[in-house]
Write a protein that binds this ligand. Sequence first.
Ligand code: SAH
Ligand code: SF4
Length: 428
Amino acid sequence: MNKSDSERIAGILSHFGYIETENEKEADLLIINTCSIRQLSADKAYSQLGVWGKMKKSKPHIKIGICGCVAQQDKDNIRKRAPYVDLVFGTHNIYELPSLIKRIENDEKVCAITNNPVICNQNDFKIIRKNSVNAWIPIIEGCNNFCTYCVVPFTRGRERSRKPEEIIKEAENIIKEGFKEITLLGQNVDSYGKDFNDNNISLANLLRELNNLDGDFRIRFVTSYPSDITDDLIDAVDECEKVCKYFHIPMQSGNSRILKEMNRRYTKEEYYSIVSKIRNRFPLVTITSDFIAGFPGETEEEFQDTLKAIDELELDYSNTAAYSPRAFTKAGKMTDKFIPENIKYERLERLNEKNREVCLKSNKKFEGKVLTVLVEGKTEKNGKLILNSRADNNKIVHFESDKYDIGDFVNVKITKAQTWCLYGDVKE
Ligand code: SAH
Ligand code: SF4
């Protein structure tokens, strides 16, 4: 979501004559788009500001901005900590940038944080997309779930869906520009359309409409909330040939008591039945997840349920993290139940070890199989051209070829599986 916001910010700035530079020493305006999902990401943002603050001492004309979730969370306190900052704007204020930029250009110090989004037709602005093959399209922003560990509902606000016609227009433009993959984004994409009071507007129907657009491209969507995945969505994924057979469904913990403490609206058993429903429908599907190690009060036995779930569900890959206490959240106040850091990180290490093990096992399943991949990049190794690609099921595949290029769909027979990627040969 942050990458997508950054592409939109770069696009808006381009309307005001700003051109992106790879070299920060050349920049007149530096903006950091921040994440506050864990303390580490927030700390990184402040340390980057510190570096730019030193730069500004010798080049006082440069303007420094900070946006995203840390800005939304810390508001004008940021300027108390880093007084050299010229512009602070929140997650709801991106589309207010045209007026904010004018104000900082007139040497005003600006802090624009609101709790309600500044509404606009996003298609009025250019988007400077970073990736030449994949284009992100946010379809819903914010979250109503209030998982007890998570800061997102506080930093990104309540759920707001974009109008289907606005999304379809953006998709049509993307396809015309030559992009080969569209990833629909949302904190919980399954909630898409619920705020419109129109039963015809849903993620499943949006997929069907996008699938009907002409062109050679594929569609992904992230992130799914386990118990919100409907049968209609599974049907839509099945019906739509352009939609990848890939689901990212964060489980967070393999223990039902911890799930309840996290305010997740499903039990371990319910999660298992969703996974088996999807696997029964799509035999070669990839299912990935997120897990948190050391949630407040988690016992060793409860943590072991997570390791067991990863094994039993044969999850293909998981993002993992040690629990990080966040401002405003319920779990952040459970200080008497916090797990000591050494135990938390030791659990995270075991979680990562389990993840590596199941990833390799999952990759091995594809040896000998033919996957349709989309070429995303290329590298040269020992004088040979290696194409870096991604299969429909999100597996990374490397293969040698001087016949294909970035943006091509190619059938590749998998010859070797490693933990994080697959190798193969072109299947003519
Ligand atoms: N909406 C998605 C997740 C968005 S946040 C969902 O509900 O699954 C991305 C991931 O960050 C989460 O899945 C969770 O695993 C992790 N995360 C969120 N808050 C965290 C915290 N306080 N400490 C550690 N990890 C956290
Ligand atoms: Fe955070 Fe839960 Fe919302 Fe995901 S569903 S963004 S974890 S509150």
